[in-house]
Design a protein around this ligand. Structure first.
Ligand SMILES: Cc1cc2nc3c(=O)[nH]c(=O)nc-3n(C[C@H](O)[C@H](O)[C@H](O)COP(=O)(O)O)c2cc1C
Length: 217
């Protein structure tokens, strides 16, 4: 199957989530600062919201937007399986009442899940231990299938697994575009980068859809 590129246009079409435009600012001294894209997230809903459908929450933490696009594709895939799916940013602190399963995703920054995502799990730990919960991690490095790579990426989610020991988890390669990062983020991203792994969009939409289609819910 040919991987399909998921454009922002597709995303707006399928998820109905408003993405704010990225902005460039230029000072009088001619210093050009590239600001990260600002994502204005509204709640997206997929599938029929009938009393018969199982309700699933997908909540995510992102910095540059690649994780929210993955969350939307997972939501779309699950709706095709008959689930009623809400996709919400973790920053909105979504309530868990009424959901029969929760999927949580976070981008990796400097070896860790974004703090707001870990905080959300900490706050909702007892509820999340009682309903089926899966996590997806979006990252650029340590994606290979060797022992060193596996160990390194599993370290990314060790604090999450401490809170939810039996959580189901998956790792997805993400997207890195230096041009859309702030000066400091670009410096950090370059500092942690592996010279063998250039920036780019490495999201594997077939892998992502496949995971959602086969998720045991
Ligand atoms: C400042 C910065 C630090 C990063 N640190 C890591 C890292 O330690 N390990 C890794 O695998 N990926 C790292 N990445 C790559 C991101 O996880 C990847 O670009 C991801 O797709 C970002 O998700 P987002 O677009 O939802 O924010 C880093 C990216 C940036 C910008």
């Amino acid at each position: 199957m040919t991987p399909r590129k998921f454009t922002r246009r597709d995303f707006l079409k399928t998820a109905g989530i408003a993405l704010g435009a990225s902005a460039l600012t230029c000072s009088g001294l001619g210093y050009l600062a590239t600001l990260p894209p600002e994502f204005e997230m509204t709640n997206a809903t997929f599938g029929e919201q009938s009393t018969m459908s199982k309700k699933i929450l997908i909540t995510y933490a992102t910095k540059a937007g690649s994780t929210v696009e993955i969350a939307a594709v997972i939501g779309e895939s699950l709706s095709k399986r008959g689930f009623a799916v809400d996709v919400k940013p973790v920053s909105e602190n979504p309530a868990l009442d009424g959901y029969q399963a929760v999927l949580m995703g976070s981008a990796i920054r400097m070896g860790s899940w974004l703090p707001e995502a870990v905080d959300f799990i900490r706050k909702n730990q007892s509820t999340l231990q009682q309903i089926p919960t899966s996590i997806f991690t979006v990252h650029m490095l340590n994606y290979r299938d060797d022992e060193a790579s596996r160990t390194a990426r599993q370290a990314y989610t060790a604090p999450v697994r401490e809170l939810l020991p039996s959580v189901d988890e998956v790792f997805f390669r993400g997207k890195l575009n230096y041009k859309t990062l702030s000066f400091f983020d670009r410096m950090i991203a370059k500092a942690v980068a592996n010279p063998n792994d250039p920036p780019g969009d490495f999201r594997d939409w077939d892998q992502i859809r496949d995971w959602a289609e086969n998720l045991n819910l």
